[in-house]
Design a binder for this molecule. Structure first.
Ligand SMILES: [Zn+2]
Length: 241
């Protein structure tokens, strides 16, 4: 059994029984009721996708009043995350810790209003530093900070993790021991690196070698092995190919 999806073409045939992998975080205490994507029907439209595969991007925003059904505190800071993701995140953080590369959580759930503040301050920075105005400044800002409503952080399904010894949110983050470990192992815990550098034209977001999105163990492996970004993979998945 297993997710034999290394060629990236067989995800559409993934059936729920593939969910229980030897490396799945259930071993670490995740509730089986929270195991995502266990519907017996493969969905054919974005609206039919389970919560863990919900697409959130510039074309598919969340309502401004959307809040995750239940948020829980991540220990050691002021961040919260969707309760269905919590055990998976903690298992990943524990494993990274044991590997000697403990990540720092620098962002997790964000409210719509907080995302709006982040976006507006980025717009101001674009105006100041690049001499842009109006829509030009907003479009430039949106490549680096998601517009309010379009951030996976508002869904409580994403977390920004950084190396404790290198805390800059820039490209060099990818070369830190922590990011190397996370990129190699995040799929085992149900996470994908959501904005790979080669896919910016499709995701609409600049390279973020710190932003990890929860999709569930089965799908994370399938998506990672496919070499596709989430948008591309979903398109194929929904087409059943
Ligand atoms: Zn992020």
């Amino acid at each position: 059994m297993g997710y034999d999806t290394s060629d990236g073409r067989s995800e559409g045939q993934n059936q729920p029984q593939g969910e229980h992998q030897n490396t799945a975080p259930e071993e670490h205490g995740a509730s089986k009721n929270d195991q995502p994507g266990t519907s017996s029907n493969v969905p054919h439209a974005l609206e039919e996708l389970p919560w863990n595969l919900q697409l959130i991007n510039g074309s598919h925003p969340l309502p401004s009043d959307f809040v995750p059904p239940e948020l829980v505190d991540i220990p050691g800071g002021s961040h919260t995350i969707d309760s269905r993701v919590y055990d998976h995140l903690m298992a990943m953080l524990d494993a990274a810790d044991k590997a000697g590369t403990p990540p720092a959580v620098c962002s997790a759930y964000r409210t719509y209003d907080y995302q709006r503040q982040l976006f507006e301050s980025r717009v101001e920075r674009c105006k100041r530093e690049k001499g842009l105005e109006g829509e030009g400044a907003e479009n430039e800002a949106a490549f680096w900070v998601a517009r309010p409503g379009t951030s996976e952080h508002q869904a409580g399904l994403a977390v920004d993790l950084i190396d404790q010894n290198y805390t800059e949110l820039d490209k060099a983050q990818e070369s830190t021991p922590t990011q190397k470990w996370l990129m190699e192992h995040c799929a085992e815990y149900g996470f994908i690196l959501r904005y790979p550098t080669s896919k910016s034209a499709i995701t609409g977001i600049g390279y973020e070698p710190w932003h990890y999105r929860f999709v569930g163990v089965k799908f994370a492996s399938a998506i990672t092995n496919s070499g596709l970004c989430f948008e591309e993979w979903l398109e194929r998945y929904l087409a059943g190919s």
